[in-house]
Design a protein around this ligand. Structure first.
Ligand SMILES: NC(=O)C1=CN([C@@H]2O[C@H](COP(=O)(O)OP(=O)(O)OC[C@H]3O[C@@H](n4cnc5c(N)ncnc54)[C@H](OP(=O)(O)O)[C@@H]3O)[C@@H](O)[C@H]2O)C=CC1
Ligand SMILES: CC(C)=CCC[C@@H](C)[C@H]1CC=C2C3=C(CC[C@@]21C)[C@@]1(C)CC[C@H](O)C(C)(C)[C@@H]1CC3
Length: 598
């Protein structure tokens, strides 16, 4: 190899095709004509890499290993990312159980074998877009017709002794779980970075206050925005705080009761799987019984309407205290326990975004609990209180038709998420997000007090929507719910057990991480079919409130923005994790949310 930078036998870092991950490899040969190196990974996988994808080991920052509190968090030297990539077929089953993505890696806690060199890190993120869009339809069709093409793109050659990896997949996964290196992928700052975090920290609470005040106006037209501010002390009510705390503690009690299933979370970076008590439906039933008993004993639920701002303020205080607690305890957490991007070094950004991935108090999972219980069930309770307030205020014998539709639709949404609580364990927040102010505030304030805006609006603003509008609303809810549930369950089932016989008809693309990407079924229609269903439902919740004001459309507008942003974050993160396999997915499934449109 006269003109090559590296010689046969040299240990170098080789970039995994299409990703920003580098693994330690040994040079086998160099082809001067194509300027490609043939390299071999530690597990024997051979791969041809372009010259520019090979780097000197010394150019990588091997940061010092951090302390680890858990024996499960051992890192070892890299095996090939292809280790569990087996075949491209409708199933890449065994591989699916490999440990989670590099997205959970911590920049300051690099493993030894799989690294991203600082200069390259962000380059990979933008790659996907060039493959997206209508122009790739022809390519997409070819891919769909022949999914095996995906595998050949990686140009893998396996050593003879690895030729039948399926036979020992169980053992292999076990090893991978223990040995997976921490890929040191630097995650770009989100939400506008440090300045953005400060902005959101101030803006979100103020926005909730303004929106709620606006909804209380007799004429909540845009011309009357912003509404006059009340004296700040009127927002504070210790009784409201007591009720909020009582509600949260009651939900916590239900959560810890040894009732219902203990579900496995997805494998963590260490390979460990956390257990989650998924008794959400039981909690809903018990809450209903408790509220019914309270009403029977004389509790007046219209208090919720008359003290809406005070209850929201109390919840806000709880969310701030919780965020401070989460941030403080995260300073004591081992780096392995932090979410990717949860350690920017900027206090306000980290406080906002959240540092720790799965903060737990003796098995009590704070993130899962807050996301699924007090806020979601609180939203339903608030809706019931608002329906009673509507009857009282408007002198109705029963809630109005729009009110019934809105609260029944939303109740269905919440009960469905609690019935399928296990599926939440494969969503983005549970898998990748740190728990900080954004989620604490989102779960405890934003969800219960802004998601109930339609009902709050209807209390003071009676509407009489036409029958076709109401029918459209019911239709959208049913169709949206069907798409939402089917797609979420399909992905959850696939992530949990890719060999599930019910998914045998589906095609998937294997990826370098060992997990596969669904490329047919719901996830072959668009890349975020669950968002499509969710958005249709959001539309169904606003329609019964009519078109006179923007307020009842607040959820749809915010939610569209949230999902567009989430979609792009998922794209960037999956691009970092899955590299060219994700590009292949984007080519095969060119549309994101609305087939043929976006
Ligand atoms: N009502 C509300 O306020 C909100 C509702 N939602 C809803 O929550 C649900 C979950 O949303 P969200 O967590 O954002 O996103 P997803 O549930 O879609 O989770 C994204 C993850 O799914 C995995 N994934 C993506 N594509 C594929 C594929 N083709 N095959 C297999 N796995 C794939 C990836 O994880 P990996 O590969 O790492 O496993 C990806 O990071 C949605 O229905 C959404 O509408 C979300 C936010 C707010
Ligand atoms: C503006 C702001 C503070 C945003 C924070 C975002 C959070 C409000 C949302 C992030 C993901 C969420 C999910 C749900 C509620 C809203 C938040 C917390 C969810 C629990 C709603 C019910 C669904 O069925 C769901 C379980 C799929 C969903 C999960 C994501």
């Amino acid at each position: 190899m006269p003109t090559s930078r590296f010689q046969r036998g040299d240990s170098v870092m080789g970039r995994w095709p299409g990703s920003s991950l580098y693994y330690e490899v040994k040079v086998l040969s160099f082809d001067g004509a194509s300027r490609q190196y043939t390299v071999v990974y530690k597990d024997g996988t051979e791969l041809e890499l372009k010259e520019q994808d090979i780097m000197n080991i010394s150019s990588f920052q091997h940061r010092s290993r951090s302390r680890s509190r858990s024996p499960g968090r051992r890192r070892s030297r890299s095996r090939s990312p292809a280790r569990t990539t087996r075949r491209s077929s409708s199933r890449s089953a065994a591989a699916e159980k490999a440990p989670p993505s590099s997205r959970e890696a911590k920049p300051k806690d690099s493993g030894e074998g799989c690294l991203s060199p600082p200069p390259q890190v962000n380059k990979g993120n933008g790659n996907s877009s060039k493959h997206e869009g209508k122009d790739n339809n022809a390519e997409s069709k070819r891919s769909e017709a022949d999914p095996d093409r995906n595998q050949t793109r990686y140009n893998l050659r396996r050593r003879k002794e690895d030729a039948a990896p399926e036979a020992k997949s169980g053992e292999l996964q076990q090893k991978r779980s223990e040995e997976v290196p921490a890929a040191s992928v630097l995650v770009p700052l989100d939400y506008g970075g440090k300045i953005g975090a400060v902005f959101w920290l101030l803006f979100l609470p103020v926005w909730v206050l303004l929106v709620l005040l606006q909804a209380g106006l007799k004429d909540p037209s845009l011309t009357n925005f912003p509404p006059p501010l009340p004296p700040l002390e009127s927002l504070w009510d210790p009784h409201a705080l007591g009720l909020v705390l009582l509600w949260i503690l009651f939900q916590a009690l239900l959560y810890i009761l040894p009732v219902g299933k203990l579900s496995d979370g997805m494998p963590l970076h260490s390979g460990q799987r956390l257990k989650y008590r998924t008794n959400g439906f039981f909690a809903a039933a018990a809450s209903l019984a408790a509220v019914a008993a309270a009403v029977y004993l004389g509790a007046d639920l219209t208090y919720i309407h008359s003290h809406f701002l005070q209850l929201a303020t109390a919840s806000f205080l709880v969310s701030v205290l919780l965020s401070v607690f989460l941030y403080t305890r995260s300073r004591l957490a081992a780096p392995e326990e932090l979410a990717a991007g949860g350690n920017s070094g900027n206090v306000l950004y980290d406080f906002f975004k959240g540092r720790e991935l799965n903060p737990r108090l003796r098995g009590f999972d704070l993130k899962f609990f807050c996301e699924m219980r007090p806020g979601l069930l609180g939203w339903c309770l608030i809706n019931v209180g608002l329906a009673l307030a509507e009857m009282k205020q408007q002198g109705l014998p029963a809630p109005s038709c729009p009110m019934v539709l809105v609260i029944v639709f939303q109740l269905l949404y919440v009960l469905d998420s609690l019935w399928n609580e296990e599926a939440v364990l494969t969503t983005m927040d549970l898998l990748h997000e740190g728990f900080g102010f954004m989620l604490a505030f989102g779960d405890l304030v934003w969800v219960p007090f802004t998601y109930s805006l339609q009902a709050y609006y209807l209390v003071g603003h009676p509407t009489s929507p036409s029958t076709p509008l109401l029918a459209a609303s019911v239709g959208l809810q049913l169709v949206g719910y069907y798409i939402f549930r089917k797609s979420n369950s399909e992905k959850n089932r696939f992530r949990r057990d890719p060999t599930d016989p019910q998914l045998a008809h589906l095609k998937s693309i294997p990826t370098a991480t060992g997990r596969s990407l669904l490329v047919s079924g719901w996830w072959g229609v668009v890349r975020h079919p669950n968002y499509l269903g969710d958005l249709l439902m959001a539309l169904a919740w606003s329609l019964p409130c009519g078109l006179s004001h923007l307020l009842p459309w607040h959820y749809l507008i915010y939610f569209s923005a949230l999902l567009l942003h989430r979609g792009s974050r998922i794209t960037s993160a999956c691009m970092r994790t899955y590299g060219s396999a994700w590009e292949e997915y984007c080519r095969t499934v060119p549309y994101r949310i609305v087939p043929g449109v976006y």
